[in-house]
Design a binder for this molecule. Structure first.
Ligand code: PLP
Length: 490
């Protein structure tokens, strides 16, 4: 063996043997769990939880030895801290992984943060429906089997009263599915399987992750018939594409992007007229589906559910946890005869929602029927004025300025609705721009994430920005306390 290789071999051998010395310092899982130190933890949290935590903690040490991160003295230190490490591990493993966070991003319908927070009445209704029996599918008048849709269908009817489709010929009805993706799929599968669906090339969108219109189409067994170009589609393009095989004209909300410049899109009215002339159903995937007037908060150009139905769209699909501000769900609303066909699709059962969703949805819709828009958190946040946000931001700023660690400025900014609603629309807001001495902004951001409850913010121009529009007013004090704790750790 050449000398340099022998030297290498020797070193490798030494480090191997010293590593096995290090491993030998670790207790076996069995002796560790049976030892006296863990007895109080076992008494408190049970043997299975403690054994699991011990496995994780010891495995972590083994991993650190194998990657050369621990030498002999570091191991001794780690062994001395085994019990506190076990305490931490047990606290994490027996605690909730899905936890509430404070959303200071200013994105109202933040998909990663659970989209719409639901109304208090919706939370209470969930409690009632969940903890006791209910008349979910039981008609209290007749004592016979009822339909789970009936509880919310009555409210949808009230909300869209007078929007009877197709010149009052058809009443309106609604069904509820797991989410809007399921609603689009069920509509296409019911109406178009084996036939063609005409869609503009400008609307072949992908909405986050795996929802792509062409893929949904394929999964529904409909055949996609693309018309027009990315930026321009005319009504004549649809007209020319119609054949004996056409089952549906589909319009899709662009949700997360805008096409500007040299563009053209037929009006909803033109599409409705064409669909009626040819007796082909017009289906519109509204995505967010507002059932309150967005113009009241200065956002124009978004078609709401009622508006679409009034224009004569046969079936609209929309989400429950976007602009509607309710639980995750997908709605199909429109011509009762078409909705009935979708309801009798054998896959409806696989896509239908549970009693908890119905409970939350009914409470949310009731708030709309009663005109209590501020009871729905997402709507209340959209309607907040810049002045009222500014006043709260000033109060938070004042409370923090008592500590010399902070540098705080209030600046103008923009909140966004999110959830694919009105992609270009923003709401004017007042932001807290914060720096903390001796802390980089990304460090502060990550400490805020590590707090309990975690505070989610963003960094811009080397400052941490907080938008109180999406913070519940009763959380303002928690924001102050969390920021103080990060700046002057006790
Ligand atoms: C968000 C969105 C969907 C998907 O809705 P989910 O409720 O998340 O399934 C589908 N289509 C459009 C246009 C959307 O904006």
């Amino acid at each position: 063996m050449p000398p340099f290789l022998a030297a290498w071999d020797n070193r490798a051998r030494m480090s191997l043997s010293s590593k096995s010395d290090l491993y030998r310092k670790l207790p076996s899982l069995d002796e560790f769990v049976r030892g006296p130190h863990l007895a109080p933890l076992i008494a408190r949290d049970g043997r299975p939880a403690v054994t699991n935590a011990a496995r994780v903690v010891l495995e972590r040490l083994r991993h650190e030895i194998s990657t050369g991160h621990l030498d002999s003295s570091a191991i001794d230190l780690a062994l001395a801290g085994l019990v506190p490490a076990m305490e931490r591990e047990i606290r994490i493993s027996l605690g909730y992984a899905l936890r509430p966070v404070i959303n200071a991003t200013g994105v109202i319908l933040h998909t990663n943060l659970g989209r719409a927070p639901i109304a208090r009445s919706a939370i209470e209704q969930i409690g009632h429906a969940a903890g006791r029996y209910s008349n979910l599918e039981f008609d209290l008048n007749t004592g016979e089997r009822g339909e789970r849709d009936s509880h919310v269908d009555r409210l949808f009817r009230q909300l869209f009263h007078g929007e009877a489709v197709n010149g009052e010929k058809y009443p309106i009805s609604s069904i509820v599915l797991n989410n809007n993706a399921a609603a689009v799929w069920l509509a296409l599968n019911t109406l178009a399987a084996g036939g063609e669906v005409i869609v503009s090339r400008g609307e072949l969108v992908e909405i986050g992750g795996s929802f792509r219109i062409p893929d949904v189409m394929q999964q529904s067994n409909g055949v996609l018939r693309e018309v027009g170009t990315t930026n321009r589609t005319r009504i004549s393009d649809y007209e020319k594409a119609i054949s004996d095989n056409t089952r549906v004209l589909l319009r899709v909300h662009r949700s997360n992007f805008q096409i500007t410049g040299f563009t053209e899109q037929p009006s909803l009215q033109e599409l409705v007229t064409l669909a009626r002339e040819r007796s082909i159903p017009l289906v519109e995937d509204l995505g967010s589906g507002a059932i309150f007037d967005l113009r009241s908060i200065g956002i124009s150009g978004e078609t709401g559910v009622a508006e679409s139905l009034r224009a004569g769209v046969d079936v609209v699909t929309y989400s429950g946890d976007k602009l509607l501000g309710g639980p995750q769900a997908g709605m199909l609303t429109g011509r009762a005869d078409l909705i009935r066909r979708m309801r009798s699709n054998s896959l409806f059962r696989a896509l239908r929602v549970d009693k908890l969703t119905y409970a939350a949805l009914e409470a949310t819709l009731l708030a709309y029927v009663k005109g209590e828009h501020d009871a729905i958190p997402a709507l209340r946040m959209m309607r907040l004025t810049k002045d009222s946000i500014s006043m709260r931001a000033e109060a938070v700023g004042r409370a923090l300025r008592t500590s010399p660690q902070f540098q705080i400025e209030l600046i103008d900014g923009e909140s966004v609705i999110g959830g694919g609603a009105a992609p270009s629309a923003t709401l004017p807001t007042r932001l807290l721009a914060i720096t903390v001495k001796k802390l980089r902004p990304d460090e502060l951001l990550s400490r805020l994430r590590g707090a309990d409850p975690p505070v989610i913010a963003r960094v811009q121009d080397d400052r941490v920005l907080l938008d109180l529009r999406t913070v519940f007013p009763e959380q303002d004090d928690a924001i102050v306390a969390t920021l103080r704790a990060q700046a002057d750790p006790a």
